[in-house]
Design a protein around this ligand. Structure first.
Ligand code: NAP
Length: 481
């Protein structure tokens, strides 16, 4: 089967949808490439379907695959995330030489990437973990690429990666993110933000359906209009398309016959777990993960729908409420991104990655699922203030949310009064209100913790840690001296 075309500059092993399309994208740039898949039949099918698109060397065995590559070898592994990646690395390791580069381009957990980087280094191999976003079409036509790993290894693949990435305003959506797990971390948060973005859109759709009483085609038109303003983005664009689609079987909107049970592959959960570990408030993304969990309790929801009391949504609203929803969606989205970027900043400090958050916004402007106009504003914010704590503090976003907040509050109040669940809208507003409070209610939390667990508290009027002898004489003692 092997048709040798001479030394290949790079190789891809794993030719399911993502690997196949990445390989085709690379080959179409005129780069000679070796391809391999565990099940050789898939490699054969790939060559039959796409062999004329570039200079492919198809290898049936990993030995042939490795032999087809120029040195230092550059090998993209695009297999199912998890143990299969370790399996492929173990099989490749004895076949490779010092300085060769293994590039895991799947959705691996950043801690696995850190571990694999160290393990490969013990064999003299260089390991890179790169995030690739854009799904099937992005991989073929230009994804957003988030490469993590050693800078010298990146230099060996930079030309190829930047040549296959999406391009916005002449800038490729690919930049070296940082060492070891940094690329996969940023991809994970990208996916988390995608969860929040999608949840917010779903809540807007729910409000337009049940509070405003609009049909799917009518809502499609609204999303189409919204796509020409501040909300302009790939997800808003495809929301209009999905809502406008007619079902061939029923003749009604397709969305009306799709089961209301959301799937997930885990990157949103990873993002939320890491935020909890870092102590970063990440309400938008986390609520989005919980909402998918609630959606999957279909039988329980069905039973509860007749057992649990609550108001029935009005099903009619005027045009001003529709615009309120647009503003609430925008403000909530600003919060979700502010939280996601704050998490990347916290991780960057914790891991010593020195992430350039403006560059992350830049490479998300094209190719990936959350690509949006709005990312230009985020890039500008970090270019001007590289050490920004929170995007909400940049004048552009401070004003945008200030302008939207009355509408946002009306939407949250109306939805709550009418019994329509809006966890991402409401928690984003709660975060906003919590973030802008100089003094919150945590003083009482500290008092309670001191009462039941002698956890001590600090005072606003003097330095030191204190404990009150609640169950004894009620006197206060200083505990740090
Ligand atoms: N699908 C997307 O939109 C998307 C977007 C971004 C990132 N990703 C990530 O990209 C990676 C690839 O995704 P995908 O959807 O193209 O494929 P996938 O369904 O996740 O994985 C299938 C591929 O993995 C190979 N594989 C599975 N177990 C293996 C093992 N133990 N040893 C060697 N190979 C093994 C399969 O080989 P066989 O043919 O032999 O079974 C096949 O090539 C994943 O990490 C995924 O999360 C996917």
């Amino acid at each position: 089967m092997t048709q040798s075309t001479g030394a290949s500059r790079i190789g891809v092993t794993g030719l399911a949808v993502m690997g196949a399309n990445l390989a085709r994208n690379i080959a179409r740039r005129g780069v000679p490439i070796a391809v391999h898949n565990r099940t050789a039949a898939r490699t054969k099918e790939f060559i039959e379907a796409h062999g004329d698109e570039g200079a492919f060397t198809a290898a049936e065995s990993l030995e042939d695959f490795v032999a087809a590559l120029e040195t230092p070898r550059r090998i993209i592994v695009m297999v199912k995330a998890g143990p299969p990646v370790d399996g492929v690395i173990s099989e490749l390791t004895p076949l490779l030489d010092d300085g060769d580069i293994i590039i895991d381009a799947g959705n691996s957990h950043f801690r696995d990437t850190k571990r694999r980087t160290e393990e490969c280094a013990t064999h003299g191999l260089r390991f890179m973990g790169i995030g690739v976003s854009g799904g099937e079409e992005g991989a073929l036509l230009g994804p957003s690429i988030m490469p993590g790993g050693d800078t010298h290894a990146y230099a060996e693949v930079e030309e190829i990666l930047t040549s296959i990435a999406a391009v916005v305003d002449g800038t490729p959506c690919c930049v070296h993110v940082g060492p070891d797990g940094a690329g996969h971390y940023v991809k994970m948060v990208h996916n988390g933000i995608e969860y929040a973005d999608i949840q917010l859109i779903a809540e807007a759709y729910d409000l337009l359906t049940h509070v405003a009483g609009l049909s799917a085609p009518a809502i499609a038109t609204i999303f189409e209009e919204w796509n020409s303003g501040d909300l302009e983005s790939f997800l808003i664009e495809i929301t209009a398309k999905v809502l406008a689609k007619t079902d061939e079987r029923s003749g009604g909107p397709l969305v009306d016959v799709i089961l209301d049970q959301a799937g997930q592959k885990g990157t949103g959960t990873w993002t939320a777990i890491d935020a909890l570990n870092l102590g970063v408030p990440l309400t938008g993304i986390t609520e989005a993960v919980f909402a998918r969990g609630l959606s999957s309790l279909r039988d329980e929801r069905s039973a509860a729908s007749t057992a649990l009391a609550g108001p029935t949504p009005a099903g009619q609203a005027d045009a001003s409420f529709v615009d309120d929803i647009r503003q609430a969606l925008y403000a909530s989205k600003v919060v979700a991104y502010a939280q996601g970027f704050a998490q990347m900043r916290a991780a960057s400090i914790a891991e010593g990655w020195d992430l350039d958050l403006g560059a992350m916004a830049t490479i998300w402007r094209g190719g990936c699922i959350i690509r949006a106009q709005f990312l230009n504003r985020i890039r500008d914010a970090y270019v001007e203030h590289p050490d920004l704590d929170n995007l909400l503090m940049v004048p552009y976003f401070t004003e945008a949310v200030a302008n939207a907040q009355d509408a946002w509050r009306r939407v949250v109040a109306t939805a709550t009064a009418q019994g329509v669940p809006i966890p991402a809208f409401a928690s984003s507003l709660a975060y906003y209100d919590g973030y802008r409070r100089e003094r919150g209610p945590a003083n009482l939390i500290q008092g309670l913790r001191d009462y039941f667990g002698a956890h001590t508290y600090k005072r606003i009027d003097t330095a030191g840690s204190f404990h009150t002898r609640w169950g004894q004489d009620g006197t206060e003692v200083r505990t740090d001296i």
